[in-house]
Design a protein around this ligand. Structure first.
Ligand SMILES: [Zn+2]
Length: 65
C-alpha cells in the first residue's frame, strides 16, 4: 500500500494542514486507525496544556455561533 500527502482541516482552528505520506505510514505502524483531526500547531498546544496540568483545552478567540 502506498501513501500520498493529503490535506486535512483542523477541527480546532479550521486551518488546512498536510497529513504527509510519511505521517500516514507512521500512524498505520502505530495502529492508529483514524486520521489526525488537529493541525500540528493545535496538537502541540494541547500537549503543552496537558503538561501544564490542565485538562481543559486552551481558551481561544473562536467566534461563538
Ligand atoms: Zn489547528
Amino acid at each position: 500500500m502506498s501513501y500520498e500527502d493529503r490535506t486535512l482541516v483542523c477541527r480546532d482552528c479550521g486551518n488546512a494542514f498536510i497529513f504527509t505520506a510519511g505521517e500516514q505510514e507512521f500512524y498505520s505502524q502505530r495502529g492508529f486507525l483514524n486520521d489526525p483531526v488537529r493541525c500540528p500547531t493545535c496538537r502541540s498546544e494541547r500537549k503543552q496544556a496537558r503538561a501544564n496540568g490542565s485538562n481543559a483545552a486552551p481558551r481561544r478567540n473562536v467566534p461563538r455561533k
